[in-house]
Design a protein around this ligand. Structure first.
Ligand code: BGP
Length: 478
C-alpha cells in the first residue's frame, strides 16, 4: 500500500521567523520581536530577563526575518514549482489586533494574509494555518501578564472569530497553538510569560497552559460552528523518550517525561485532564481554577487531528555521570547510538516511526507531521552552469530517511497520516538561536547571522530532490 493520493506534501514556516516588516501594515510589537540574537537570548526566551521593548544594544533578527512580507509571491511560486500541496504558515496576532485587546481588527493585517492565502489557492496549495506560533502582542503581556491571565481566552476568541470568518473558504486546516508544551521550556517565547524573582514558575506555566487549552477548545468549537469544513489540530513538540537502560527506574523516568509532554495533547484530544495530571498538580500545589464551563468546553471540543514537530527522539536516565544533550529546548541524556547535527540535535529516523505509532495508539486520530528537518550550515557555490546553489546532500539524506520511516508507519503499521511539512522549507531565522546560519530550507536565503546579505533566494540541490519526491508521491527518494 502506497501513500494516499491526497497525502499533503509541503513545507512549514512561522510568521515570527520569516515575515519581518514588523512596523508595516499597522502591526503592533510582539514578544517574538524583542528576542535578541546573542548571549541574552536564552534568558529572554525563558522569561527571566525582561525585555518588553527594543533597545539599541541588541540585534533582533525577527524584525526583518527573510522579509517574506514583501517576497511572499516569489516564495509561494517557488513552493508551487516544487509541487507543494500544502503550505504551513502562521498568523502574527499583532498584525490582526496590534495591541491584542482592541474590539476591531486591523484591516491591513487581514488583507495581507488574505492575499497570501489567495496566492496559495492560485497554485492549488492548501494553506495550513497556525493561529499562534509563539507570538503574543506585547501589550497583552505588559498590561495583562500574558497567558497567566484568564482574560487572554477572550482576546484569543476574538482573534479566531475574526480569522475563521474572514478566511472562510480559503483555509480548512488550522492549528491552535504551536508546540503547546514549549511553555514549560521557553515560557516567554512560547506564551509571553515574564517571571518575578521568587515566583513559582511551574504554577504559572500550568495555569497559563490551562488558559491556552480552554482557548484552544473554544477555537475548535468556533471553527466548526463558523464552517463545518474546518479541521482543527493541536500541535506538540514530539519525540519519544527512550530509557537509557533497561533499569526499571530509567523506564519509569522515560514514561514520566513522555507524560509531561502528552498531558497537553491528552486534554486536547480526549477532552479532559488525565488522572496522572491531577495527582501531579496536587503534589505540586498547582491550582487551575477550573470551572464547570471549562470542563464542558474541553470535553465537547476535542481536536480533529494531531499535529507535531519531530526532530529527534529523546533519552533519559536516573543514573549519574551519563552525558547530557539538548535538542529543540529539551535537555536529556546522550544516546550513544545516534549521530548528531552540527547543533548537537540527535538524528533518529526510526524514532519518527516510533513516535507516529505511539501517538496513533494513544489517540486513534489522524496525525500530521508539521515540522521535521535538519538545521545545517550551507555553503553557496556555483554549479556548472554558473548558477548559485548549495550541495546539501546531508539534508537530503536526513529527509530521505525520515520519509522512509513515515512511509513505513503508514504502509506497514497502518498509521493514519494526513501530510508532511518539513520545517523551514525556505531558510529562516532559527527559533532557538536567532541565527540565519542554522538553515533548514530547500531554498537558500542570502542573509547572515548579523543581518547582512541581499536576501536573494537560490534553489538548493534538495529543491529538485523534494520536487521528485512529491511528484512520485514519496516513491522516488533517490
Ligand atoms: C520548533 C519551532 C520552530 C522551529 C523549529 C526548529 O521548536 O516550532 O519555530 O524554529 O523548532 O528549531 P530551531 O529554529 O531552533 O532550529
Amino acid at each position: 500500500m502506497a501513500l494516499s493520493e491526497t497525502f499533503l506534501w509541503g513545507g512549514a514556516t512561522a510568521a515570527n521567523q520569516c515575515e519581518g516588516a514588523y512596523t508595516e501594515g499597522g502591526r503592533g510589537l510582539a514578544n517574538v520581536d524583542v528576542i535578541p540574537h546573542g548571549a541574552d537570548r536564552s534568558a529572554v526566551m525563558r522569561g527571566t530577563m525582561h525585555m518588553t521593548e527594543l533597545d539599541k544594544e541588541h540585534y533582533y533578527p525577527a524584525l526583518e526575518g527573510i522579509d517574506f512580507y514583501h517576497h511572499y509571491k516569489e516564495d509561494i511560486r517557488m513552493f508551487a514549482e516544487m509541487g507543494f500541496k500544502v503550505f504551513r504558515l502562521s498568523i502574527a496576532w499583532s498584525r490582526i489586533y496590534p495591541k491584542g485587546d482592541e474590539t476591531e481588527p486591523n484591516e491591513e493585517g487581514l488583507l495581507f494574509y488574505e492575499n497570501v492565502l489567495k496566492e496559495c489557492k492560485k497554485y492549488g496549495i492548501e494553506p495550513l494555518v497556525t493561529i499562534t506560533h509563539f507570538d503574543c502582542p506585547m501589550h497583552l503581556i505588559t498590561e495583562y501578564g500574558g497567558w497567566k491571565n484568564r482574560k487572554m481566552v477572550e482576546f484569543y476568541k476574538r482573534l479566531v472569530i475574526t480569522l475563521f470568518t474572514r478566511y472562510k473558504g480559503l483555509v480548512k486546516y488550522w492549528l491552535t497553538f504551536n508546540e503547546i508544551n514549549m511553555i514549560l521550556h521557553l515560557p516567554f517565547m512560547g506564551a509571553g510569560l515574564l517571571f518575578e524573582e521568587g515566583e513559582d514558575q511551574t504554577k504559572a506555566k500550568y495555569l497559563s497552559a490551562h488558559h491556552e487549552l480552554v482557548a484552544s477548545a473554544y477555537a475548535t468549537k468556533l471553527a466548526h460552528d463558523i464552517d463545518p469544513e474546518n479541521k482543527v489540530g493541536c500541535m506538540l513538540a514530539a519525540g519519544e523518550y527512550y530509557p537509557y537502560s533497561p533499569l526499571p527506574e530509567d523506564v519509569w523516568e522515560a514514561k514520566k517525561k513522555d507524560r509531561d509532554n502528552l498531558l497537553f495533547i491528552d486534554v486536547q484530544a480526549r477532552g479532559y485532564y488525565p488522572n496522572y495530571a491531577w495527582k501531579k498538580f496536587e503534589q505540586m500545589g498547582i491550582e487551575l481554577n477550573m470551572t464547570e464551563e471549562d470542563k464542558r468546553i474541553l470535553r465537547e471540543n476535542t481536536v480533529d487531528f494531531i499535529s507535531f514537530s519531530y526532530y529527534s527522539s529523546r533519552c533519559i536516565t536516573t543514573q549519574e555521570g551519563v552525558g547530557e544533550t539538548i535538542g529543540n529546548a529539551f535537555k536529556g541524556t546522550k544516546n550513544p547510538y545516534l549521530k548528531v547535527s552540527e547543533w548537537g540535535w540527535q538524528i533518529d529516523p526510526l524514532g519518527l516511526r516510533i513516535t507516529l505509532n505511539s501517538l496513533y495508539d494513544r489517540y486513534q486520530k489522524p496525525l500530521f507531521i508539521v515540522e521535521n528537518g535538519l538545521g545545517a550550515k550551507d555553503e553557496l557555490i556555483e554549479d556548472e552552469e554558473g548558477n548559485l546553489t548549495v550541495n546539501d546532500d546531508y539534508r537530503i539524506e536526513y529527509l530521505r530517511e525520515h520519509i522512509k520511516a513515515l512511509k513505513q508507519a503508514v504502509e506497514e503499521d497502518g498509521v493514519e497520516l494526513l501530510g508532511y511539512t518539513p520545517w523551514g522549507c525556505i531558510d529562516l531565522v532559527s527559533a532557538s538561536t536567532g541565527e540565519m546560519s542554522k538553515r533548514y530550507g530547500f531554498i537558500y536565503v542570502d542573509k547572515k547571522d548579523d543581518g547582512s546579505g541581499t536576501i536573494k533566494r537560490y534553489k538548493k540541490k534538495s529543491y529538485d530532490w523534494y520536487k521528485k519526491v512529491i511528484e512520485s508521491n514519496g516513491e522516488c527518494l533517490d
